[in-house]
Ligand binder design. Structure first.
Ligand code: ZN
Length: 202
């Protein structure tokens, strides 16, 4: 296995990155370690000193890697997530929209059967313990990645904050585009109030 202490990934030793992944995600998720290599590759291609926004093409693991190893987060609006279940991400200059897309390349992954089976969900979970997967991801590193120079043509718009209304039913503030009442009070909420609960505040 490669020397994890000397290898610099995303500006710090790989071993430190792995610890940060564990602290952030709860365990050393193989998908996030793969994501770390992807972010590293994209950042290398972009070069230093570029204010890059990010787009990821899956909701699974990859957004966390971007949030941990770039300044882009969902909350600051620099990271956008497309629910396409593609293991790919793009970093791009937010002014010129020139960037790089990096993806997990299945053809290259064929040389790493454990990775291939895991990614294609061909093996039952029990057959691929975390340690085995992690070893496979670390052994493959960037060898299972491909990248292309791109120009971003959509999804680059920053979401502007719109007007705010006060809901006459619940008294909470909400996005004015929802109408007079908030969606929850219109019956389109995602929760109901339990009978045994009382209102708590402070
Ligand atoms: Zn309401």
């Amino acid at each position: 296995m490669k020397n994890q202490h000397l290898e610099i990934t995303c500006g710090r030793p790989l071993a430190q990155c792995l610890e940060e992944i564990e602290a952030f995600h709860g365990f050393k998720a193989p998908g996030m370690v793969l994501g770390l290599f992807m972010v590293h590759r994209a950042r290398e291609q972009m070069g230093p000193g570029v204010e890059a926004d990010a787009i990821v093409e899956t909701r699974h693991c990859l957004p966390d890697a971007v949030q941990l190893f770039t300044p882009c987060t969902v909350g600051n609006g620099w990271l956008k997530i497309l629910d396409w279940d593609k293991y790919a991400l793009s970093l791009y200059d937010r002014h010129t929209r020139d960037g790089w897309r990096v993806w997990f390349d299945l053809e290259k992954a064929r040389a790493f059967p454990v990775l291939y089976q895991w990614f294609m969900r061909l093996a039952p979970k029990k057959a691929l313990p975390l340690e085995t997967l992690l070893e496979a991801v670390l052994a493959a590193g960037a060898e299972v990645l491909s990248e292309r120079a791109i120009q971003v043509t959509d999804f680059y718009q920053r979401q502007k904050k719109g007007g705010i209304n006060l809901c006459p039913d619940c008294g909470e503030a909400f996005a004015a585009v929802q109408g007079e009442r908030c969606l929850a009070c219109q019956g389109s909420g995602y929760y109901r109030c339990r009978r045994d609960s009382s209102l708590r505040s402070g």
